[in-house]
Structure formats: C-alpha cells, structure tokens
Design a protein around this ligand. Structure first.
Ligand SMILES: [Cu+2]
Length: 172
C-alpha cells in the first residue's frame, strides 16, 4: 500500500515538474508554508535581553527587592537615583555578588573603599557586576550576562546603605 502511494507521489511530482504552466498556481502555496514553519525560532532571540529598571531615592530604598531574569539572558540594568541628595551624602549603586559571598562582610569592607567607588578591591572577585555610584538626579546603566541559575544577593555598597538596600537577584 505504502509503495503505491509513494509511486503515485513521485509520479505526481514528475508531472508537476514537467507541466510547468498548468500547475504554477499550486506550487507557490506549498512554498510559503515552509518558511512559516521555521519562523518561531526568531522571537526567542529577541527576548534574550532582560531590561531591568531599578530606582532608589533619598529614602535609601531600592524600589525592588527581588529581580528575576532567565539563564542565558543579557541583563541590561538601569539604576536611577530619584532623590536630590548629592553622591557624598546619599550615593547609590547596584552591586551583584557571587553566591557564597557575605553581604554584610562585603558592605563592611566597602566602607573603606571610597577611592574605588565603594567596591573593596580585595573582594572584587566576588562581584558579578556593579554600576558606578551615583547621586540624586543621576542614572547609570550596565550590561552583563546573567550568571548560572540560582539566587544571588545584590546591595548598594555605599556606607550604611546595605542594611536597607539589598535584595535577591534570581536567575531562573
Ligand atoms: Cu545607596
């Protein structure tokens, strides 16, 4: 049974290939069906960027204490300082720490790291990504590849801020 269908199909193919004019209307229909089937691969690539808009003001708080992204995404994070206080008094940054890093120990060391934008040099290898420290009315943006699936800590490493300004960065 199968054999005869195949024979018929190839005979039909042979016929369409030969009689070009008569079957022209049918041929484009089957051709357009093929690209449509392969299209869904494209939107996946477009969503590969996680755009995160984080803000903090003079109240010393991030507006998000939980940030979620997906593994493999590029994280585009914008930090906006919505306050008015200058950097010296109310500086903010976003600092993402590697798993196993101690937020409190990092914050404590950061107090003495003003000359390195509040990133302690001896703990730099525990930092996955960080923005620069900004003052009221400023904004800054960073881009980095999302780390492996898991939960990470983020904080503002400006002296005294991490008590209020910390959260979880979750990679799903
Ligand atoms: Cu801060």
């Amino acid at each position: 049974m199968k054999k005869s269908i195949l024979a018929f199909a190839s005979a039909a193919l042979f016929l369409t290939a030969c009689s070009d004019n008569a079957t022209k209307e049918e041929t484009p229909a089957t051709e357009t069906a093929t690209p449509a089937a392969t299209e869904p691969a494209e939107p996946a690539a477009a969503s590969n960027v996680a755009e995160i808009a984080l803000s903090a003001g003079d109240d010393m708080k991030f507006d998000m204490t939980e940030i979620k992204v997906k593994e493999g995404q590029t994280v585009k994070l914008t930090l906006v300082h919505t306050g008015k206080a200058p950097l010296q008094a109310m500086g903010h940054n976003f600092t993402l720490l590697a798993q196993g890093s101690d937020v409190d120990a990092f914050a404590k060391a950061a107090v003495n790291a003003k000359d390195n934008d509040y990133i302690p040099k001896e703990l730099e290898k525990e930092v996955i990504a960080h923005t620069k420290t900004i003052g009221g009315g400023d904004m800054t943006e960073i881009e980095f590849p999302a780390p492996a699936k898991g939960t990470y800590d983020f904080l503002c490493s400006f002296p005294g801020h991490s008590v209020m300004m910390r959260g979880k960065f979750i990679v799903e």
